[in-house]
Design a protein around this ligand. Structure first.
Ligand SMILES: [Fe+2]
Ligand SMILES: [Fe+2]
Length: 289
């Protein structure tokens, strides 16, 4: 295969009780049915609240299973809980091994590697980083082995959280520490990645579309497929819209298309609650992303 077409969707936040987000996913599904990429990747926050019970994970899995193309997944903080950080507040729903295993049972491995069109694709669980869980150490050991066997192929890395805002040594700030891969795990990850030809880092989590290059690595932030977060709740860094990202990989090069599925609406987080499903306490809502 000399052309590999990958569609990245992210932050779908699916739950049976939130039908507006299901409708946005249906628009996305129609677009995927029309475009038929080789692979769909959901880069996390697949469901709205996995740690509180498997219902949301199961609901999201059923909707993804109906897509007409193969899918891969990575966990988000709303799927398995969030990382502790050195400087920010303690997460209200910390990542745990139990939550991780519940996710793996529903969606498969939380880290993976495959090759296509002369590229090496690696997916990582960004939520276990800085957690101290056994899974964090196991993933770093696994990653070292995978990076040692890329054979010089260009590498595309995907994970839920962006590694950093603008540069690897950006200082962690209390107000935004949960937005990026936390220190000191970030430093270790960046050092490990120096050994390979890293061309692309694709992430989600921030619910903003962004595309910039640091060194010779392009960093693409996929917007949420489900909802945007207004400026009262979250600072504006990139473009606040709902959408997806389409990639075309060929040996030694790739293209990025920033896309909105026809009919996909820019639903604001504040709009998705209903009388039956009132807004959660601010700490539970993804208001500080
Ligand atoms: Fe999200
Ligand atoms: Fe997230």
């Amino acid at each position: 295969m000399t052309l590999f077409r990958l569609t990245q969707i992210s932050d779908t936040h699916l739950a049976r009780r939130l039908p507006k987000l299901t409708r946005n996913f249906e628009q996305l599904a129609n677009h995927i049915d029309t475009t038929r990429p080789d692979l769909v990747l959901n880069s996390g926050d697949v469901c709205f609240d996995g740690p509180s019970g498997p219902g949301d994970l199961d609901f999201a899995r059923v909707l993804h299973d109906a897509l007409p193309v193969p899918c891969r997944y990575l966990p988000g903080n709303h799927d398995i809980g969030d990382n502790p950080t050195q400087i920010g507040p303690v997460p209200t729903q910390p990542v745990s091994e139990q939550h991780r295993q519940t996710y793996v049972a529903a969606f498969g491995d939380d880290r993976w590697r495959f090759e296509a069109a002369g590229w090496c694709f690696i997916g990582l669980n960004s939520l276990v980083m800085n957690s101290g869980l056994v899974a964090e150490a196991e993933q770093f050991d696994w990653l070292a082995g995978e990076l040692a066997t890329t054979g010089g192929k260009p590498v595309a890395l995907f994970l839920h959280k962006p590694i950093f805002l603008n540069a690897p040594d950006d200082p962690e700030l209390e107000s935004s520490a949960i937005r990026y891969v936390p220190m000191p795990a970030r430093r270790r990850l960046v050092e490990m990645l120096r050994s390979v030809d890293l061309r692309l880092v694709g992430s989600g989590h921030v619910h903003q579309r962004r595309d910039f290059t640091f060194g010779h690595t392009r960093h693409v932030w996929s917007p949420s497929a489900g909802f945007v977060i207004n400026d009262r709740r979250q600072e504006r860094i990139g473009i606040k819209e709902c959408g997806l990202v389409e990639y075309r990989f060929q040996p030694d090069r790739f293209e990025v298309r920033h896309v909105r599925a026809p009919g996909q609406l820019d639903i604001d987080l504040d709009e998705i609650w209903s009388k039956e499903q009132p807004a959660p306490a601010p700490a539970k809502a993804p208001a500080t992303i």
